[in-house]
Every structure is written in structure tokens, then in C-alpha cells.
Design a protein around this ligand. Structure first.
Ligand code: PMP
Length: 516
């Protein structure tokens, strides 16, 4: 029996009750590679094969021996974990290593400055804030330039070197006032972000506005800037949105001795933020056509592109960045999850050098970020990923292909149960057909609960000792994100459990999916 007092739950008791209702309230006491050991009824350890992989934070598995040995060494050696506002050579080493990797994958020599953070959501908020700081400075420069033009035109009309066009304002002062009034209204417009439909970028006050799931986003919409969500399957949809929201301000120039009223583009969009493979939105890789349209529109309109590689990065899809395969190039990249090797909380935001605003370093910081422990662990992780000329990336691709082949076989055997299997590398998903209109009452109820994938996960845990979860915004899709040490035997165990689940859905009333 555990050391815990029954009946006194203070740490998120509501969530625990929900987990318990689905049979998912296991207590894990130890982890290694792709195995978590749950506490059994008599206190014994019961092995569970873990396909959740810390929601993508365990590319190298639970308690990687080399990472843990290094962490112990660091602590035993008295590493200065908290030495804020001093030289941080270890942080610089992480940034330098990331620059080398990103340059290799992009095939260019763009360099990136790094801002460190504690979580994925914080890294995204750092990117949002940096891009907004940059937009604000560009706006200020634009306002100042227009102001200069208004002054110049006023002077020239007064000294007779320029005239107002016929039929315009009565006086240059009146024209200037009108320009200022209309510009003020534009400058006061709140900024917008662009995000693909289904996107997930975190749950903090700012980043949750970039998370499409309404349950997470809407209660907090008054707290932060809003996003326009772009359909991923409609060519031209992005251009249409950008056109709809297009903002112009007025400026004055003199041409041929006559004052001209001209329109100037106004940067309303702070950034386009995307995941190369949507994770929590159901494991959807962006299509090359969509990626290309985003890249083109951003380049044409000067909207910075933030590539959120928090779940997809660190080699998970077979390259260090998932954007590499799509040929997508970002102005910003965010990384977290596996960067901390499964033991440290580490995140980083990279900004392309020409866009970088040095004052951001004082505008964003945290007590805990950029510390020696997380940076040195991150360096060790990068060293392990890069070893053997990227052996881990190749293994991730190969293991993922193997897992996907198994899932395809299951889909082919149960086409009435499995709607789709998809993904890349060690980030794959299996989507079930919606059962909310199923003939059998218990199955229909499970589907209508809104927790379908969680009930399936509960069954897989109870009956097969397999740990899986649905993606958080698409609960009919199970996600599989094991570590690179995935064995054929583990794939086989997953296959057995999925065949059982599919047979239950196809051949029974589904009653066994709800726990007894
Ligand atoms: N971005 C993406 C793409 C994610 O998948 C997640 C977490 N699932 C986050 C951001 C947020 O990261 P964190 O949970 O570390 O705040």
C-alpha cells in the first residue's frame, strides 16, 4: 500500500477523479526506457509499456543512464545552478550547438540568438513577446516617419512650394488632422496572430490564445491578443484572411509640387505560429502545399514565422527539426520537452539575427531559466542526439516506420473501426471512427462522453499494461510517442492491445471500455 492518506486529495483532485473514472489513476513509482512501473495492489511494481513518452519529452526514454549519471556528476560537483546575471557559458554552448544543427538542416548560414525559458508555453510566449516588441518598434518608426512627412508637407504648403490637390481639404492643417485621426484608429487596433486550425501552443495566458481548442482558449480570451485560425486544406484561405485583415495607414508626400495622400501597409499581424506536425490537434503533418503558401505569404507581407518544434523537434520525426522535411524556414524556433532529457525543465526560443532586438533580454527573464543544470543537461542531450552522425534521427525514422506499418495493418484489418493512421517518425497517431451514433448503447455512451480516447486508454492500461493517451484536442486519436529505444517486442504488445480494442468496438457493445 502507498504512503498516501486516502480521502485527502488536494493536488488537482478533480483531475484525479476523472482519471479514476476511466481507470487511469495509476501511481508510477519508477521508470526506465519505455517502461513505467506502477504500484500494484500489494505494493509490488507492475511494468507498463509507455507510449505517451511524457507527451513527447522522452525521446531518450525514462531515466537515460548517461543523462542521469551526468546529472549526478553535476550536482556532486556543486554546479552553480542559480547564478543569475552572470556569465552563462553553458547557455552559450547550447545556443551554439543549436545554431550548428539548425544551419545544417536549413542548408544556410542564418544565425539565431537564444532566449531560455522553463516550459514550452513560456518559450512560445517569449517568441510572441519578442515579435510584438519588434512590431511595436516598427510601428513607432512608421508613426515617426509619417509625422515627419506631415510636418514637411505643412511647411511646404505654407511656403508655397507645394499645393493641396483640387477638391481636397480646405487647409493643410485640416488634411493633417484628418490623416492623424484616421491613423490613430488604425494604430489602436489590437494585433493578431495567425495559427493553423487545430494548433496547440500552450496553456499560459498568452499562448492559450494560439491554441485552437475552445475549451482551453475561450474562458481566457479577454486576457491576451487573439489569433485567426487558418484552414489547412483550403488553398488560398490564408491569403484571403490576410487580405480581410489588411490594415493601411495614411501618409502625405509631395509629387510634382502637389500634396498626395498615400496608403502605407501597417503591420497588424504579430506573427504566424505553427507546428510542422500538429501534435495535440491530432497528429497532422502540414502538407507541402500549405507549408509553401505560409512561407510565401509571410515573406510577401513581412509577417514573422514562428515554428513551434516543442513536440516535433529534437529528432522526433527523423530530423532534428520537423520543419526540415517540409523545407519550412522560420524566423523563430521554439524547443522544449526532450531538450531537458526527461529530467530538467528546459526550453529555448531562437530568433533570427536580423530580427533580434537586444532590449528583449531585459524584457523577458525568469528566476529559473538558463540555469547551469538544465543547460548542461540539454548539451548532453544534444551530444547524444548528434552522436554517430545522427544515428538517433535515423533510428527514430526507422522505428517510427515500423510502428506505422503495424498500425496500417491494424487499420486494414479493422477499417470499420480505424479511420486513419498517420504521422512521422516517433510521432504517430491512430484515429478511430466516431462511435457517437453506434447501435450499441454502451459504446455510444462512451463516444458521447467526450472522453472516447481516454476510455480506450483505460482499457489498454487495465487489460494490457499499455500506457497511451489521445491527443488533447482530438480525443478520437490515440498518439504514440515512445522513445527511440522502442523495441519490436513493444510494438508487438501495442499491436495486441489495439487489435483487442478494435475487436471490442467492432464485435461487442463496448461495455468493457467503461471500467467496472
Ligand atoms: N507547443 C506544443 C507544440 C506542444 O505540444 C506543447 C505541449 N504539449 C506546448 C507547446 C506547451 O509546452 P509545455 O507543456 O511545456 O508548456
Amino acid at each position: 500500500t502507498g504512503p498516501h492518506t486516502a480521502g485527502s486529495e488536494y493536488a488537482e483532485p478533480f483531475l484525479l477523479a476523472v482519471l479514476a473514472s476511466g481507470g487511469l489513476d495509476a501511481e508510477y513509482v519508477r521508470g526506465e526506457r519505455n517502461t513505467l512501473y506502477r504500484r500494484g495492489e500489494n505494493g509490488e511494481e507492475v511494468p507498463v509499456t509507455d507510449f505517451v513518452g511524457g507527451y513527447g519529452s522522452l525521446m531518450l526514454g525514462h531515466n537515460h543512464p548517461e543523462i542521469n549519471a551526468y546529472a549526478k556528476e553535476l550536482l556532486d560537483g556543486g554546479t552553480p545552478v542559480h547564478a543569475q546575471f552572470s556569465r552563462h557559458p553553458y547557455a552559450n554552448d547550447v545556443a551554439a550547438a543549436l545554431n550548428r544543427i539548425v544551419q545544417r538542416e536549413r542548408g544556410d548560414d542564418e544565425s539565431y540568438y537564444a532566449i531560455f525559458a522553463n516550459s514550452g508555453a513560456e518559450a512560445n510566449e517569449a517568441a510572441m513577446k519578442h515579435a510584438e516588441l519588434d512590431r511595436g518598434l516598427r510601428l513607432a518608426a512608421l508613426a515617426e516617419e509619417i509625422d515627419g512627412h506631415i510636418t514637411e508637407v505643412t511647411v511646404r504648403v505654407a511656403d508655397g512650394t507645394a499645393v493641396l490637390p483640387a477638391g481636397s481639404a480646405d487647409s493643410v492643417e485640416e488634411l493633417a488632422a484628418e490623416v492623424r485621426r484616421r491613423n490613430e484608429a488604425q494604430f489602436a487596433r489590437p494585433p493578431l496572430f495567425l495559427v493553423p486550425e487545430g494548433g496547440f501552443h500552450g496553456k499560459l495566458a498568452g499562448s492559450v490564445q494560439l491554441t485552437h481548442n475552445e475549451g482551453y482558449r475561450l474562458p481566457f480570451r479577454a486576457l491576451a491578443a487573439q489569433a485567426r485560425f487558418v484552414p489547412r486544406d483550403q488553398p488560398g484561405a490564408l491569403r484571403k484572411i490576410v487580405e480581410e485583415e489588411r490594415a493601411k495607414v495614411l501618409d502625405l508626400t509631395v509629387e510634382g509640387g502637389e500634396v498626395q495622400l498615400v496608403e502605407r501597409d501597417f503591420p497588424l499581424f504579430t506573427a504566424f505560429v505553427l507546428e510542422p506536425v500538429l501534435g495535440e490537434g491530432g497528429i497532422h503533418e502540414l502538407t507541402p502545399a500549405f507549408a509553401q503558401e505560409v512561407q510565401q505569404v509571410c515573406a510577401e507581407t513581412g509577417i514573422p514565422l514562428v515554428i513551434d518544434e516543442i513536440q516535433t523537434g529534437m529528432g522526433r520525426t527523423g530530423t532534428f527539426l520537423a520543419a526540415t522535411r517540409l523545407g519550412l524556414k522560420g524566423d523563430y524556433y521554439t524547443l522544449a520537452k526532450s531538450l531537458g532529457g526527461g529530467i530538467a525543465k528546459a526550453a529555448v526560443m531562437l530568433v533570427r539575427r536580423p530580427l533580434y532586438r537586444g532590449q528583449f533580454e531585459l524584457a523577458h527573464s525568469s528566476t529559473f531559466a538558463k540555469d547551469s543544470f538544465s543547460c548542461l543537461v540539454a548539451l548532453k542531450v544534444l551530444e547524444l542526439l548528434e552522436a554517430g552522425d545522427g544515428a538517433v534521427y535515423r533510428t527514430a525514422a526507422e522505428r517510427g516506420e515500423r510502428m506505422l506499418a503495424m498500425l496500417r495493418a491494424v487499420r486494414d484489418e479493422f477499417p470499420e473501426v480505424v479511420k486513419d493512421v498517420r504521422g512521422r517518425g516517433l510521432m504517430v497517431g491512430l484515429e478511430f471512427h466516431d462511435q457517437s451514433e453506434a447501435a450499441a448503447e454502451p459504446l455510444r455512451q462512451v463516444a458521447r462522453s467526450g472522453f472516447f480516447g481516454y476510455f480506450v486508454a483505460g482499457h489498454m492500461l487495465r487489460a494490457h499494461r499499455i500506457r497511451v493517451f489521445p491527443t488533447s484536442s482530438a480525443v478520437n486519436t490515440l498518439r504514440f510517442e515512445p522513445s527511440v529505444y522502442l523495441t519490436d517486442e513493444e510494438i508487438g504488445r501495442l499491436e495486441t492491445s489495439l487489435r483487442d480494442v478494435c475487436a471490442i468496438i467492432r464485435d461487442t457493445d463496448g461495455g468493457s471500455l467503461a471500467p467496472v
